[in-house]
Structures are given as structure tokens and as C-alpha cells.
Design a protein. Sequence first.
Length: 326
Amino acid sequence: MTPVDIALADVVVAYDRLRPHVRPTPMIRSAWLSARTGADVHLKCENLQETGSFKIRGALSKLLTLTDAERRAGVITASAGNHAQGVAWASRLLGVSALVVVPAGTPAVKQAGIRRYGAELTVAGDTYDAAADAARALQAATGRTYVHAYLDPAVTAGQGTVALEALRRGDAWDLALVPAGGGGLIAGVGTVLKAVRPHVRIYGIQSEASPPWVESFRVGRVVEVTYAPTLAEGLAGRIDPENFDLVRRVTDEMLTVPEAAIGEAMAGLFREHRLVVEGSGAVGVAALLTGRVRPPAGSRVLVVLSGGNVDPERLLTLASQAPSDP
């Protein structure tokens, strides 16, 4: 594949295309996190998006570029769940057939959402990487258009509209904390924020159980790492060289947070803000709670809550086990 690269203008075009279909998500000032950090912390609530995730932005951005012939042939994708729901939702909106492949560990709430939006669902393998390999084989056999979750300029530009919305009020962000999985979200958000405010510091956050960006940034190239089960399953899996340079250009630092902190962040968001946020979406909050990111006093901090598709039983268990905030 060719390298993925976008500019602010690409995100503006995507925003204009998406505006009739994708609702803006709320920005919430967090008194809880502001008190904990001494900064002015705001939450971009993509967990309240139509499918419970920012992923509909990139999916619809891509599908709107398909030719009539490609729409008739249908689309296929692999996903840990949120991108799949985005593709299913966008496909239903445009009347396009969608086939989705997910790994066996995909939460039931995400699988139910995929079916609810009308896509054909196939479960293959135990990891995202295995599901992606299976989807590629099916794409070759069916002739459908593959909608990659992050290695596509149209998808990445769509994800960047999250940042355009965060700038609508003219907020002068000093730091942004963004979940880092395949890299589409942080590439899009970073492209926008760095273009408007070059001195903003962009932090990409991963789980310690799946740290490919952190290790790859350390050596300056994509490397393989060892993976373990994680609450942030939407961020788990390998990364690719095609968007490595773009992500590195717009990201100041990649860091990890421990599993316990992800659970604490999920529980805290539920307790303090009544927000249902999945592990992948809560990693930025975990970075603040653990002090992995220490914003300067009074600085304005943007935390992207990328999704809220978590099984209720898991969230209730985490909430009951988490200590009360001091």
C-alpha cells in the first residue's frame, strides 16, 4: 500500500461531506479531572456518537467516495468492533451491502450493533490481525471494496473531524490525549490540531498490554511486540508502516497505561460523569489518573473519549471494584 498522508484541507472537505449525516458530539468540562490535575480538562465525548464510537466518521467519509460500481459490489472490512459498526451504519445509510469480519473476543455489545445496522457478520480468529487476514481473503474472493480501519486517507480525514469540532469554539488547546490503535484517529486529530496550533502537545495513549506505537517510536520504525489481553481491545494489534510517518509527524509522545488504570478510568467516568466509556476510549483519562501525563497548571487539556461500546456486566464489575476517588 502507498503511504497515508493528509492535510488540514482534506479534513475540512471530509467535514463538509459528513455534516449532513454525523451529529456533533458534546464537549464536557471535567471538574473531577481538573481538580485531580490542576489543569482545565475537557472531554470530547465520541462515546455518545450514533454507533457509540468516532468510527462512523471515517467509515462514511470513505463510503461517500465510492463509485456507483463499487457501491453495487459492496464493501468488506475487519475490525475489533467499532469500525465494523461504523461501516455497517454507513452502508445502511447509503444502501450498500457490507460484510464484516471480527475476532472471537469482540464484545457481544459490538457484535449486536453490527447486526443491528444490517451488516453480514463473520467471526474469524482470536485477534484483530487474524480477522484482518481472513477479511482480505474474502475480499479477493468476493470483489468487494475493502474499507481499511486506518490505512486510507479518506478514513483518516474523517477521523480528523473530531478535532475540527473541538476547535469550533476557538478553544486554544495546550495538550491533547488521544487513544492510539491503528493510528487513524491520532493521525487525523493531530493533523488538525498541529495545523491550527503548532505548539499543542499530542499524546498517543496505548495499553501496556499492546504497545506497538510506543516501541516503534522508540526505534524509529515499525516493530513487532508481544501482546496480552487488554480492556482496551479496540487498540490492540499490530501497526503498519504506511501511516507511521504521518503519525510520528503529528504526535509528540506515545505512552502506555496499565490495565488497572484503564479500569479505574472507566469506573471514574461512570461515577463522576455518568458516561459509559470502553477501555479503548478511557486510556487518556488513565494517563491523567496515573500521572503518565502531567499537564502544566492551568493548561487546557483535550481528552478524546473514542468509544462507549462496553458490555454492561464488565462496566458494572469494574465500577464495583474501583476505589472511591479521594
